[in-house]
Design a protein around this ligand. Structure first.
Ligand code: NAP
Length: 289
């Protein structure tokens, strides 16, 4: 692309940012759509977040993505926040508005778009969420909003799963979610089969031989396993789901679509399916898969 006086800049704020796939997504989209926009990673050291957001506004940056560890920490430095991001309590996209930035969460709409494309439905499903961290909480809210019949949060630390379940029930205004420890899966009713979303860090590179639950008996209960991890592309969790005949997906399409939705917010333009596929291929190439 040609950088000139009209080039707009977007970027990623995080710590670390060195292994990000986001430049592959956004620069592919900008080039293909002939948008005079460039996307760069910004490594923001601890203690510098407020200065980074103010500086970004001062430098006329069009938008930012926010990643670990700043998705919640950034909220006090926003001018406005979208209602979904406020409910989830995490922001991964900033869009320039008068006087500052408006915060959005495109991770959950991204996961939803990825699931729709993969033919995975939430409505009426018994949803098992493995984990109770920031992303698991957001997935539970998404599942509640998209009509899950029941949500079970399974976590190593049971108290945390209980807290998230309570919050989800408050948001849903009914008792939809409950908590269970990882070892209690045998108490799940016989004959029921679940959509399982793997939202822990277990199995992520370099610990690729690990799964948060190893027992084959658990995987008999899973008809679809959605692992939010994308490195490796085929996780041990996915292997275990597949071994018992379930469908298994990784988190790469979620990553793609959170980026696409952010790009659409920044530019006001829609990304079509053919271009989404091109960006997906670029990401896979950047990851060497
Ligand atoms: P987080 O807030 O740190 O939560 C981590 C979760 O993993 C907690 O529930 C924790 O359990 C559990 N956990 C960690 N180590 C464990 C172990 N050894 N055994 C059992 N449980 C363990 O992390 P997060 O931000 O929610 O991220 C979760 C996952 O989502 C990560 O794998 C990340 O890569 C993925 N993610 C994917 C995308 C995407 O676009 N595909 C985007 C964002 C995140 P305790 O509560 O017991 O500590």
């Amino acid at each position: 692309m040609k950088i000139n006086g009209y080039t707009r800049t977007c970027g990623l704020v995080g710590n670390p940012v060195e292994h990000t796939m986001s430049p592959a997504i956004h620069n592919t989209l900008a080039k293909a759509m002939e948008e005079n926009l460039v996307y760069v990673p910004f490594h923001v050291p601890e203690g510098c977040l407020e200065a980074a957001i103010k500086g970004a506004y001062g430098l006329n940056l069009l938008g930012l993505n926010i990643t670990v560890p700043y998705k919640s920490q950034v909220i006090p430095f926003l001018n406005e926040i979208d209602s979904l991001a406020e409910t989830i309590g995490a922001v991964n996209t900033l869009v320039r508005v008068e006087g500052g930035y408006k915060g959005y969460n495109t991770d959950m709409p991204g996961l939803y778009r990825a699931m729709c494309e993969d033919g995975v439905s939430i409505e009426g499903e018994q949803v098992l969420i493995l984990g109770a961290g920031g992303v698991a909480r957001a997935v539970a809210i998404l599942a509640a909003r998209k009509g899950a019949a029941r949500i079970i949060l399974m976590n190593r630390t049971l108290d945390k799963a209980g807290q998230v379940a309570e919050e989800v029930n408050m948001i849903a205004e009914k008792k939809l979610a409950s908590a269970m420890s990882l070892t209690d899966y045998t108490q799940l009713p016989e004959g029921e089969r679940y959509l399982a979303v793997q939202a822990t860090n277990v199995g992520m590179f370099p610990n690729t031989e690990e799964a948060v639950i190893e027992e084959a008996g658990f995987y008999q209960k899973i008809h679809t396993g959605y692992d939010l991890i994308f490195n490796p592309a085929r996780t041990r969790f996915m292997e275990l789901v597949g071994a018992k005949g379930g469908r298994a997906f990784n988190g790469l399409k979620m990553l793609l679509y959170q980026g696409i939705i952010a790009y659409e917010l920044w530019t006001g333009r829609q990304v079509d399916k053919a271009l989404a596929e091109r960006a997906y291929e670029e990401m896979k190439q950047a990851m060497g898969i």
